[in-house]
Ligand binder design. Structure first.
Ligand code: NAI
Length: 248
């Protein structure tokens, strides 16, 4: 098992890519501290994982709530004695063209996708610094590199996530620490997030995608798994595309 005994925090753990990753990590022997805003979805996840070799420890957590973030991370560190992996996967969209985007939609996406990643990493990093090791995985997007019509707020956060990844890869590896920080940039993945995307937009993207299909959540989860495991021990500061070839 590739994550035997590792304590892993996954945000946005109860749906889509986060759900697939939680189940895969538990299959590989991890203790998965599954954080999400939805209690009901977390209950379902726990039920689904009950026969897997690892475990799912659910936490109702809003990554924008700093007080709750620090309290929960400390609770996890006290309970398990260490934190090996953080997957900053929680994310939302509130799409609109630039001239129509409300300040509320701008702020909502910045708060979850950018400040949420900052909050979680700021709370977890000191625990990794104590053990001098760890792996942090940030979920970016192809949109954070190439932009996308109607996604000013989302693209800004996903580009920001790449910039934070590269900064933390440098900052957290000082004094010999083996704390790695990488980003994953998915293309179009079949999850509740993309259910709202109009069919003709999806068709246009697929016509430019060499593999000519949407990705499945498990195909992103396997990349999280590799980055979480010791198999990727010499990889840090990277952005790994999981997009069927859309952006090469
Ligand atoms: P999803 O909508 O299926 O799942 C997102 C999860 O995050 C949900 O369970 C939701 O309850 C949770 N969440 C939302 N706000 C939260 C908060 N404040 N605190 C904690 N949890 C919160 O989305 P999906 O598709 O699985 O996305 C996962 C990540 O992958 C996101 O960061 C998204 O931006 C990114 N991504 C997704 C792509 C796709 O095509 N589905 C493409 C590129 C990136």
């Amino acid at each position: 098992m590739r994550l035997q005994g590792k304590v892993c925090i996954i945000t946005g753990a109860a749906s889509g890519i986060g759900r697939a990753a939680s189940l895969l990590f538990a299959k590989e022997g991890a203790v998965v501290c599954a954080c999400d805003v939805s209690q009901q979805a977390l209950d379902k996840l726990v039920e689904e994982a009950k026969d897997l070799p690892g475990s799912i420890d659910p936490y109702v957590l809003d990554v924008t709530n700093r007080e709750q973030v620090f309290k929960t991370v400390d609770e996890i560190a006290n309970k398990y004695g260490k934190i090996d992996v953080l997957v900053n996967n929680a994310g939302i969209t509130r799409d609109a063209l630039l001239v129509k985007m409300s300040e509320q939609d701008w702020n909502a996406v910045i708060n979850v996708n950018l400040t949420g990643v900052f909050n979680m990493t700021q709370a977890v990093a000191p625990h990794m610094m104590k053990t001098q090791k760890g792996s942090i995985i940030n979920t970016s997007s192809v949109v954070g590199i190439y932009g996308n019509i109607g996604q000013t707020n989302y693209a800004a956060t996903k580009g920001g996530v790449i910039a934070m990844t590269k900064t933390w890869a440098k900052e957290l590896a000082r004094k010999g620490a083996q704390i790695r920080v990488n980003a994953v940039a998915p293309g179009f993945i079949r999850t509740p997030m993309t259910e709202k995307v109009p069919e003709k937009v999806i068709e246009a993207v697929l016509s430019r995608t060499p593999l000519a299909r949407m990705g499945e959540p498990e195909e992103v989860a396997y990349v999280y798994l590799f980055l979480a495991s010791d198999e990727s021990s010499y990889i840090t500061g990277q952005v790994i595309g999981v997009d069927g070839g859309l952006t090469f």
